[in-house]
Ligand binder design. Structure first.
Ligand SMILES: *Cc1c(COP(=O)(O)O)cnc(C)c1O
Length: 376
């Protein structure tokens, strides 16, 4: 937790549950990535946290933006981003969204099927397009595989077709999966894409950009490699495969930019035992799976939790949300332990909750209002 967030929580005691985001930390993360990968253009993946305060700050730092939908495109424009600095990166777009983005001046679009490519040719004629390749998501705590991306063979055909359709076959992209903890995942993906890139060049296609996607991890309960390790693995693989003819490089970080900039403050609603002789206490918080912590699905993302009793003796716990839904359990199998002194009515903090939390909060399920947000 940053000192600024700690002070805000201590002085303001905001109503819980709430998310507090330190936009200075957002800026530090952006700068750290830019320092680590100076040759890459950074397109912030807006879906990780689309709050205007985050977008405004990133615009002032010269970030570009990866938008998943037309509403995100428009949020970037409202924050002052130039249309040319926005990539419409979802490979599944409504025709109306393509038309609106094109009319607003957006010129870069992703695709991974012939059907989407034809939509782009028709409704965003002449645009720069890039094809998303399916790569292994091994090593990612929040994989994205299967739903997106196409094979090398199909990508080759589609990139040739893009030119015939009057589009600019600008580049190739991949995403190694979110919260990717293995630097080798990028090396393997770069190797695959580089072969296709060279092959396309030989076939006369004017391909000139490689989009490495996002996936850079935030530290949750377990340590992760730092950004410099990812950067050196990436640059090693890029120079190995492209030599001195490096293509334009793009990265699309979401989680890395905002994850550790946010803290959720929550009230403990109840601490109890479900069975008389069970050492496991059930700790119910006023935020759960439906209040924004969707990435605890399958206990995939393991947030660090701080309490007023840290340092004291602990015992095993299961941690759950406040709703009446049986799926509203955060952690039951991940060996969480919390202080024995923890009691109902006290506040706890879930650290590194700046990414993929605020937007996942449901609309009044069980009557609970969407998550309050404070940007400081
Ligand atoms: C979600 C997404 C990102 C951001 O991923 P992170 O793991 O948050 O860095 C980047 N690019 C695309 C296409 C995405 O769908």
């Amino acid at each position: 937790m940053t000192p600024k967030i700690a002070r805000f929580l201590a002085e303001r005691q905001p109503a819980t549950p709430c998310l507090v985001v330190d936009t200075d930390r957002v800026a530090e993360n952006f700068r750290a990535l830019r320092r680590a990968l100076p040759l890459a253009q950074i397109y912030y993946a807006v879906k990780a946290n689309p709050a205007p305060a985050v977008l405004d700050r990133l615009v002032t730092l010269g970030s570009r933006f990866d938008a998943a939908g037309i509403e995100e495109v428009e949020a970037c424009l409202a924050a002052g981003a130039r249309p040319a600095a926005i990539s419409f990166g979802n490979t599944i777009k409504k025709v109306s969204a393509i038309r609106r983005a094109h009319a607003a001046g957006v010129t870069m679009f992703a695709f991974d099927s012939i059907e989407e490519l034809e939509k782009l040719a028709r409704h965003a004629p002449g645009s720069q397009v890039y094809c998303r390749i399916l790569v292994e998501n091994e090593g990612a705590d929040w994989p994205l595989s299967r739903k997106f991306g196409t094979t090398i063979e199909t990508a080759r055909d589609l990139m040739l077709r893009a030119g015939e359709l009057g589009l600019d076959p600008f580049g190739l992209s991949f995403h190694v999966g979110s919260q990717q903890t293995s630097t080798a995942a990028y090396e393997a993906a770069i190797g695959r894409v580089a072969m296709l890139f060279t092959d396309l060049k030989d076939a006369g296609v004017n391909v000139r950009m490689v989009n490495l996607g996002g996936g850079f991890p935030t530290r949750y309960r377990d340590d992760v490699p730092d950004i410099d390790q990812f950067a050196s693995a990436i640059m090693g693989a890029m120079t190995e495969h492209f030599g001195n003819a490096l293509p334009e490089m793009v990265v699309e970080p979401g989680r890395f930019i905002v994850g550790d900039a946010g803290v959720v403050s929550s009230e403990v609603v109840l601490v109890c035992h479900r069975h008389k002789d069970d050492p496991v206490r059930w700790v119910y918080l006023d935020i759960g799976r439906f209040g924004g912590l969707a990435e605890t699905e399958g206990e995939a993302i393991k947030y660090r939790i701080t309490t007023p009793h840290d340092g004291g003796p602990t015992g095993p716990v299961a941690i759950a949300g406040p709703t009446c839904d049986g799926a509203d359990i955060l952690y039951e199998k991940s060996n969480y332990r919390l202080p024995l002194a923890l009691a109902g009515g006290e506040r706890v903090e879930l650290l590194s909750t700046g990414a993929y939390v605020s937007t996942y909060a449901s609309q009044c399920f069980n009557g609970f209002a969407p998550l309050e947000e404070h940007y400081i």
